[in-house]
Design a protein around this ligand. Structure first.
Ligand code: NAP
Length: 348
């Protein structure tokens, strides 16, 4: 019996953007909402369909983020070394996320510390446009994203950054003179107007935290490696809630990535209880922009992410698995890969 193997499965799956396209690629959706190959497939090929097809089908506006962290919550050592926090399988996962994105966004701290390439190398796929958020123009122009010419780069600077020397050839400098224009949901709209509607926020901790806090994310991938750093560059940090009862507990799906554990947090599924609802009624970028949507920049509470319910046009809610997670959770049915649960329901 010939099995559909990983590479062939990825090649078929990667360009899919519609359900009809999924069908043409040999995928069928089961009664549980999860996608499967209609032919015999290897375990990894099956996993690709389950994990990435919802992203393929999420529509032209999607903002996701990722972080790889230690068990004690750090994304790099105290000297900024992040080489590598998580293992090879997480790197492949990250490159797959890049291949599905129009743009990959990093903060100035990452561009300075890591000198990343931000291209797709660990799997097949096109390179996204590389976007560097550098309001103070502090990233040196010799960074690889500006010099290697392997993919287009958008260097987003503030008014101070404008006085920098001309950007290297092939690099576009976008000056946002208004500091409020750096608010994550406004950045998402700015990129979408440039045809970059599918965005991966790749790090570091400050940047991902700001997008999360602003309610600008549909989905967050956190990979936890079994390593303890004791000290280092923190991952997610935001103004927390005083009591556990009010903590952000989005639907989550867990899976093993080699030695590491991947937590896939669905930030676009409505939650049954929204503790701060009533105080903050705006819809986040990830939830569609209603008439009450007022962009207050980074000061928006996480309740935005929690309170999103009526999803706007453009495929804001990721189809398939996450909603099914919640449903199955309520019925106590944990399927083969369905290790997901709402964190608050764990026994202590
Ligand atoms: N393990 C992982 O997954 C991973 C991933 C990426 C990076 N890293 C590590 O993380 C470290 C860097 O992370 P970090 O948290 O220190 O910094 P960072 O998130 O890379 O960069 C933060 C800076 O980017 C700018 N910025 C980002 N979002 C902005 C926004 N919405 N508006 C305005 N400015 C914005 C600001 O620059 P200004 O300070 O100039 O205002 C901000 O201080 C490095 O050591 C790197 O190795 C790890």
């Amino acid at each position: 019996m010939t099995l559909l193997e990983t590479e062939a499965a990825w090649e078929r799956l990667r360009p899919v953007r519609t359900e009809a396209g999924a069908g043409a690629a040999g995928l069928v959706r089961g009664p549980d909402g999860r996608w499967r190959w209609s032919e015999p497939a290897s375990p990894e090929a099956r996993l690709l369909a389950d994990r990435y097809l919802p992203l393929c089908l999420a529509g032209p506006r999607l903002t996701i983020a990722q972080l790889g962290q230690s068990l004690d919550g750090f994304i790099a050592t105290r000297t900024g070394d992040a080489d590598y926090v998580t293992g090879e399988e997480d790197r492949r996962h990250l490159h797959r996320l890049r291949a599905l994105a129009d743009a990959v966004v990093v903060g100035a701290g990452t561009a300075v510390a890591d000198d990343p390439q931000l291209t797709v190398r660990a799997c097949a796929g096109p390179h996204p446009v590389r976007v560097v958020l550098d309001p103070h123009g502090r990233v040196p122009p010799d960074r690889r994203v500006f010099t290697d010419g392997s993919a287009p780069t958008l260097w987003v600077v503030g008014a101070t950054g404008e006085r920098r020397p001309a950007p290297p050839h092939g690099v576009e400098m976008l000056t946002l003179a208004d500091p409020d224009a750096f608010a994550p949901r406004r950045l998402v709209r700015t990129l979408a107007r440039r045809g970059l509607g599918r965005i991966l926020v790749e790090g570091g901790g400050v940047t991902v935290s700001r997008f999360l806090h602003a309610g600008a994310l549909h989905r967050l991938y956190v990979t936890v490696a079994p390593v303890l750093l004791g000290d280092g560059v923190p991952g997610l940090r935001f103004e927390g809630t005083p009591v556990m009862r009010d903590a952000l507990r989005p639907p989550v799906r867990r899976s093993a990535l080699g030695e590491d554990t991947l937590f896939e947090l669905d930030l676009s599924t409505p939650r049954p209880r929204t503790p701060l609802d009533g105080q903050h009624r705006g819809t986040g970028e990830a939830g569609g922009e209603g008439e009450h949507a007022v962009d207050h920049g980074d000061g928006q509470p996480l309740a935005r992410a929690q309170a999103r319910g009526a999803e706007g046009p453009g495929g804001d809610a990721l189809p398939g698995a996450p909603a099914a997670h919640v449903q199955r959770q309520r019925h106590g049915d944990q399927g083969e890969h369905q290790q997901g649960h709402q964190l608050g329901q764990r026994s202590v």
